[in-house]
Design a protein around this ligand. Sequence first.
Ligand SMILES: [Zn+2]
Length: 127
Amino acid sequence: MRQSIDRFNYPKNSQNVVKEFHDLLRKGKFRIPICLKCDLKIWPPANVCSNCYSREIRMSKLESRGRLIEHSFSHIDSTKTLGLVEISGIRIIGILSEGNLNPGSAVKLTKCGLDKDNSPYYEFSAA
Ligand SMILES: [Zn+2]
């Protein structure tokens, strides 16, 4: 069994956006860090804005509807369809809970969280 490792390498002194992101995700809440100075959506989540290096960041709820860009099949655990989805300008790889979606299909985020290895997961279905 894999031990729980502090794989996100949390810093100790500043606002910990990455930890906040994962804590919210664990509760099934999907929030995106947005820079207070330049409005950049910081994705993947980071503790510093990659545009202006500000550490003043708020967590914001995004539109849960998006568009499927592409999909493929994974056979790692069980057969799953994985899709690359664009929501409000960010791209997320998630599990598609319906098999008949095609690139361009409207999808919505139906579920998110952390799995047993503390890895984020996202599930999408037809919007
Ligand atoms: Zn910024």
